[in-house]
Design a binder for this molecule. Structure first.
Ligand SMILES: Cc1cc2nc3c(=O)[nH]c(=O)nc-3n(C[C@H](O)[C@H](O)[C@H](O)COP(=O)(O)O)c2cc1C
Length: 222
């Protein structure tokens, strides 16, 4: 069974622009994958604890050597790693807050960056272990920054570090620049989404049209 993991981080919950775009994506994905399973992680509703020294030390301690207290500290991180490892596709709703991703999403990344589990160091450098997945990232912003902004680079770098290199980032920018700009940006993001994940019924209709069009023209020319 195909598994899609949706991770959202808007402090507006389901009403956030990034969450809404991610939801549109999930709805289309479900049309295409009726047997698929969708897991939802809402980082704003259920924020994770910040990484501190004790937690990081527990991450670094081999499982068989951990104290009971350390074992308790790794439980959440272990579950988050297992969750994303099981997913075939990851949808990330990542608004821009103060020129970066929400701190809740940054903290989530701190929890899933686990040496030996999601990446490992080799003589050639770090190697990501969460391979074979696709990620779809919905970035929403009040202003205009473009694809070269540090937020994009950060998201691609982190996902690549843990082995997720097939990454589509869909932007909706200028959302605080008046209704017209906002509507246009959201419509453009949805058009990109429709292009990336075509409606299966519509796509079939278009394929059939392409196939039947020439044969209809031939008799008319004779
Ligand atoms: C706390 C906070 C910080 C923000 N910082 C920025 C920013 O640095 N740059 C920007 O373009 N927009 C900023 N915005 C605007 C959001 O990016 C914009 O409202 C976007 O739609 C948020 O996505 P969401 O609705 O999914 O939460 C900020 C919004 C909030 C609530």
């Amino acid at each position: 069974m195909t598994i899609l993991l949706k991770i959202q981080s808007s402090l507006y919950g389901q009403e956030g622009a990034s969450s809404r775009l991610a939801d549109r994506f999930v709805a289309r994905w479900q049309d295409q994958n009726p047997e698929g399973r969708v897991l939802v992680r809402d980082l704003a509703a259920h924020p994770l604890p910040h990484l501190d020294q004790a937690r990081f030390q527990a991450f670094r301690t081999p499982a068989e050597e951990r104290t009971a207290a350390q074992q308790e500290l790794v439980v959440t991180s272990d579950a988050l790693v297992a969750e994303i490892a099981a997913a075939d596709e990851v949808v990330l709703a990542a608004p821009m807050y103060n020129f970066s991703v929400p701190s809740t999403l940054h903290t989530y990344f701190d929890h899933i960056a686990r040496a030996g589990m999601t990446f490992r160091y080799t003589e050639q450098g770090p190697e990501g272990l969460l391979t074979g997945k696709r990620a779809w990232v919905f970035v929403t912003r009040g202003g205009l920054y473009g694809e070269a902004h540090a937020q994009d680079l950060y998201l691609r770098q982190f996902l690549g570090f843990v082995g997720i290199t097939d990454v589509n980032i869909i932007h909706a920018e200028g959302l605080a620049m008046g209704d017209a700009v906002r509507e246009q940006a959201l419509e453009r993001a949805e058009a990109t989404l429709r292009r990336l994940l075509p409606d299966p019924v519509q796509a079939k209709r278009e394929r059939n049209m392409k196939y039947t069009a020439p044969s209809r023209q031939i008799p008319a020319q004779r």
